[in-house]
Design a binder for this molecule. Structure first.
Ligand SMILES: [Zn+2]
Length: 97
């Protein structure tokens, strides 16, 4: 995983807070691209690791890369990116057709 600057880390913390408060992905939640019609199977690519997951319709899920009770991993299937504001894992996402 690439190194994050302190600013990016701080930004991620703030976004995690937003996720915790609103139960939604920061900023972008109202944009339709983050919403799916139904839970969707996808593969997350994090460095050399590939993880098969089911992404909930809201586009926010519990992160497969760290233990958590409250979802903080935002998945944008249109952009093809995921971002965890808890452990800062990020990478590419591909929907399984
Ligand atoms: Zn995580």
């Amino acid at each position: 995983m690439s190194e994050l600057s302190n600013f990016e880390k701080l930004e991620a913390r703030l976004m995690l807070l937003e996720v915790a408060v609103f139960g939604a992905c920061p900023d972008k939640i109202e944009k339709p691209r983050l919403r799916l019609n139904k839970p969707t199977e996808a593969i997350l690519f994090n460095g050399d690791t590939q993880t098969r997951v089911v992404v909930p319709a809201k586009g926010i899920m519990r992160c497969p890369y760290h233990e958590e009770k409250t979802p903080s991993c935002c998945v944008d299937v249109v952009k093809g990116e995921f971002n965890c504001f808890g452990c800062l894992a990020r990478g590419r996402v591909e929907v399984i057709e």
